[in-house]
Design a protein. Structure first.
Length: 181
């Protein structure tokens, strides 16, 4: 297969993936609770796999303390996963709480970075990022648990939407060989 055909096929797949991601983003924003529940179930399965991995890894440890510690961690992971899988709405509430604290900490760190680089050009974006992050965290945490109905699904939707736009727009530019340093 020549490179022009491969490039055209690659562009086609990128645009197709971009359209799917864009549509998934729109649907997630339109139905944020459903998207949040789907995210909760997805993370529940990931946590379950991590818990099983800890339980399996425990038997490779040396010493009773290390084995017990790995088994305890594995049990906590499995219990959290089972809870998220059987109570996905409650799992969304837990994810929302964690997300709110994560965004608040990110905002604080961005403000700290701004204070260190404030004399540099375009450092204002660290301030903007920090302030917006803190406002979003305040909206999420100040209205928790009711924010669980929109926060996770909406933020996942926004991420999917922009990922789709990136994948649709990137192959639209003319094919040019990349300039490597």
């Amino acid at each position: 297969m020549n490179s022009a055909v491969a490039s055209t096929r690659s562009r086609g797949w990128s645009i197709f993936l971009g359209i799917l991601l864009f549509l998934a983003g729109v649907l997630s924003i339109a139905a944020p609770l459903f998207a949040g529940i789907a995210a909760s179930i997805f993370f529940g399965w990931l946590i379950l796999l991590a818990g099983i991995a800890h339980l399996v890894y425990a038997w490779s440890e040396r010493g009773a303390g290390a084995v017990a510690w790995q088994i305890l961690i594995g049990i906590v992971y499995v219990a959290a996963a089972v809870y998220m899988l059987f109570e996905p709405v409650a799992g969304v509430a837990a994810l929302t709480l964690v997300l709110g604290f994560y965004i608040a900490l990110e905002g604080i760190f961005e403000l700290a970075v701004f204070s260190l680089v404030r004399r540099l050009k375009r450092s204002i974006w660290f301030l903007v990022d920090g302030v917006i992050s803190l406002v979003l965290a305040a909206l999420i945490l100040g209205h928790w648990p009711s924010s669980s109905y929109w926060a996770v699904g909406t933020l996942v939707g926004i991420s999917l939407l922009f990922s789709g736009i990136a994948r649709i727009s990137f192959p639209m530019r003319p094919a040019v060989a990349p300039v490597l340093p």
